[in-house]
Design a protein around this ligand. Structure first.
Ligand SMILES: Cc1ncc(COP(=O)(O)O)c(C=O)c1O
Length: 500
């Protein structure tokens, strides 16, 4: 059994586990209320994953949806709970993928189930409003009481949306609107602008550009795709804009042991950002905005330091470029703060910060000057979903009540220390353990090994995802405790032992 030195020192964490995480072994529960208050002891595998039932369901699913190349297994949501996902074959896995990093409290958390069963929430769940035109009574109060307290410092407004991609799409659009308005300097929109925008021509459709970074991921919708550079599979065959792509720092880990080299690399990238802004400006293709992730997630968990982000902020300010921070994956507490950008010590915050996933509701916070100048400029039917606000309220209350941001820091350290030990023990298998909170990654020697290790881990009862070309990504729920980390490290140790 792999026993990390750190784990030996954290036995006292067992004492602080909330009642619903006390382990009482598997149960056969059917009704939702009975799900409350329990988690499993350990993984339990009955078949390989995917098992026969998952495979059978996949064949059936294909009769209604042919787009199935990415389906991994079918989930028994009723049986899943806490940090354990249970598949339809009865395999119970410790879940470090958490529905692509989007389950802050794991499965069937009592606070979420209670909120869903609260009769006073019924009308909100039952009647989905078109938020752009007919806001339900009480929504404004919810925005004030639930959303605004988590806003990154200095961002006083919020626009809710439906998902990460549409948050980014609309945030980018809002920056273009701001940029054009600023350039117009108060002048009226001309007839020529109104006419030319209708046929996709300048000046109505200006030749402005948007900067992103190599390795970035901002979504797969057509607009976002021009800002996404993580994998060929997302982009192939889709026309893309000629927009500048700057280098994202390629740093050495652990960051604090390579400060001088990393600083030089970040300076190189910052210089390139400025050079590209100048180059595109000279071509008459102004860079109106920039979008950046605090940690490039899908692109392979690439980190940068606060120094880099401070540098980006300064360049944006000096060049009149709008700055969007995409916290779709980093937001929601997994780095130890609700938003990672709050850790950068910026004097002037980013102009917009987008979110989704762990926060249940999607959207973006923004500064006043980025407000669209007219109604219907940023608009769609739903513009968010009030029932997700019910989830968010339960999530945020639980984060506070259970001190989950602190838990993330403690558990994150246990995982990372354990991974460092494993990479020392198996240097031919693992390298570059890195992370912030429980947003953690570990490289494998190549893509083949990473794929193999993730499938072997599944059969050991640990479900996790990959990112970049050869990286294991750890995205546990915020309720993941040091004793869950022990199970994970144990499984990794077991799998690595058999690798040559
Ligand atoms: C950083 C980032 N931005 C945007 C997105 C797109 O979000 P969605 O899948 O909700 O459209 C993702 C999804 O993984 C993401 O990680």
């Amino acid at each position: 059994m792999f026993t990390s030195k750190i784990l030996k020192n954290t036995a006292n964490h067992f004492k602080n586990v909330p009642a619903y995480l006390h382990n009482t072994g598997p149960r056969s529960l059917t009704a939702l209320p009975k799900l409350m208050g329990q988690e499993y002891d350990a993984p339990s595998m009955k078949t390989n994953c995917p098992g026969p039932k998952s495979k059978e369901l996949l064949t059936r699913y294909e009769k209604t949806n042919r787009n199935i190349g990415h389906v991994q297994f079918f989930v028994d949501l009723e049986a899943s709970r806490g940090n354990y996902v249970v598949d339809v074959d009865g395999n119970r896995m410790l879940d470090l993928f958490t529905q692509i990093s989007s389950l802050p409290l794991g499965y069937n958390h009592p606070a979420i189930l209670e909120a869903m069963q609260d009769p006073s929430n019924l009308v909100t769940i039952a009647n989905r409003p078109a938020l752009g035109v007919h806001l339900p009574n009480g929504y404004t109060e919810k925005l004030e009481e639930i959303m605004m307290p988590i806003a990154p410092k200095g961002l006083d407004y919020v626009q809710t949306m439906m998902c990460g991609s549409c948050s980014n799409e609309n945030a980018v659009k809002q920056v273009f609107l701001w940029y054009r308005r600023t350039k117009r300097g108060g002048a009226e929109v001309t007839q020529e602008e109104m006419d030319t925008c209708m046929v996709n021509e300048a000046p109505g459709s200006p030749q402005y550009t948007f900067m992103s970074f190599n390795g970035s991921f901002h979504g797969r919708t057509v607009g976002c795709l021009s800002l996404t550079h993580s994998k060929m599979i997302h982009k192939l065959d889709v026309p893309a804009m000629d927009w500048p792509m700057a280098p994202f720092p390629s740093l050495k880990y652990p960051l604090d042991m390579h400060t001088a080299e990393n600083r030089a690399e970040e300076d190189r990238c910052l210089a390139e950002v400025q050079r590209l802004i100048d180059e595109y400006g000279e071509k008459g293709r102004d860079v109106a905005g920039m979008i950046v992730e605090p940690i490039q997630a899908e692109g392979g968990d690439n980190h940068a330091t606060p120094y880099f982000f401070q540098g980006l902020r300064n360049i944006c300010t000096q060049n009149g470029v709008g700055m969007i921070v995409d916290e779709v994956q980093t937001g929601g507490g997994c780095t130890g703060t609700i938003f990672a950008c709050d850790q950068w010590g910026l004097d002037n915050p980013p102009d917009l910060v987008t979110f989704s996933k762990k926060l249940a509701m999607a959207g973006y916070f923004y500064k006043k000057e980025f407000t669209p100048d007219m109604g219907y400029r940023v608009f769609n039917t739903w513009m968010g979903e009030p029932s997700k606000m019910i989830l968010l309220e339960a999530i945020l209350k639980t984060i506070t009540q259970e001190n989950l941001l602190e838990n993330v820091k403690v558990t994150g350290k246990v995982i990372l220390d354990g991974l460092n030990e494993l990479q020392d023990a198996y240097p031919h298998v693992f390298s570059k353990a890195r992370g912030n909170g429980t947003f953690i990654a570990l490289d494998c020697v190549d893509n083949q090994k990473a794929t193999l290790i993730s499938s072997l881990l599944k059969n050991e009862g640990v479900n996790l995802g990959l990112c970049g070309s050869r990286t294991l990504r750890f995205r546990p729920a915020l309720i993941f405790k040091p004793f869950h980390a022990e199970i994970l490290l144990d499984a990794l140790d077991k799998v690595a032992k058999d690798m040559n």
